[in-house]
Design a protein around this ligand. Sequence first.
Ligand code: F3S
Length: 294
Amino acid sequence: MKIFKAQHAGFCFGVKNAVEMAEKNLPNYDNNIASWGPLIHNPPEVNRLTNLGIIPRENLDDINEKAILIRAHGVSPVIFKDLSIHNVDIIDCTCPFVSKVQNIAHDYGKKGYTILILGNKSHPEVIGILGWSNDKGIVFADLEELKKYDFKDQKLCLVSQTTQNIDLFIKVEDYLKNKYKEVIVFNTICSATRKRQEAAIQLANQVDLMIVVGGLNSANTQKLAQLCNETGCITKLIENADSLQSKWLCGIKNVGLTAGASTPDWIIKEVIKKMEEIKNENLGSKVDGGDNME
Ligand code: F3S
């Protein structure tokens, strides 16, 4: 069995930066910092960070740490305001690509544009962007949802959640430009997502089984699994090495591996190590079987 890793897989720049900033700042606060929600969408990595002293907090009243991390997804200005009243140091780990979308929403909202945000309403990044749009934002998940609105005589500004699909974004852009007069478009899709998706599809087309590693709560990891599955390749989504089942690898010649943008290297390495172990066990049992037959 040969194991192939996708050309682009695992931590993206923004998530890596957030984890590094968190670990760098820990000693300055007696190894005790809060994060506004889990720092990233990867439960095993969040457990590791919690053990180091980075404690996820969801409520202002629960924060008794002296500093709080804002995660790569960013937050709305209301959260910044609440946290500053709470007298806690804010360590802003918002990914610069997300800040860019927030700034566009803020600037064009102030200029009177309706901010159309292509994304998932319940995703923290989208909730944050909406918060920056001066009450001028509308979130929609797809073209069907967008078509329910009538924006006659409004100035429109289109942005996207950074992890959205580019094909859908282009369809939305075409629709808006054909239907409305004043439309300004910012393609705010992050290339990290596109690169991971393209590399995963390419690999899925060449192997017998794809293993996608990442948080089950991570949208970009789920998307990778969906895209691999759509190629027709058998696809398994796992959070860590413990979930890898040896029976999946039975009779498989080529197995591919990819990982979401919030999956750390140490989890990817553990999964590869376990695959190697299973491969060696299978080889061993074949040799044993041969010996017995003789
Ligand atoms: Fe930032 Fe792109 Fe990652 S927006 S958090 S580098 S997926």
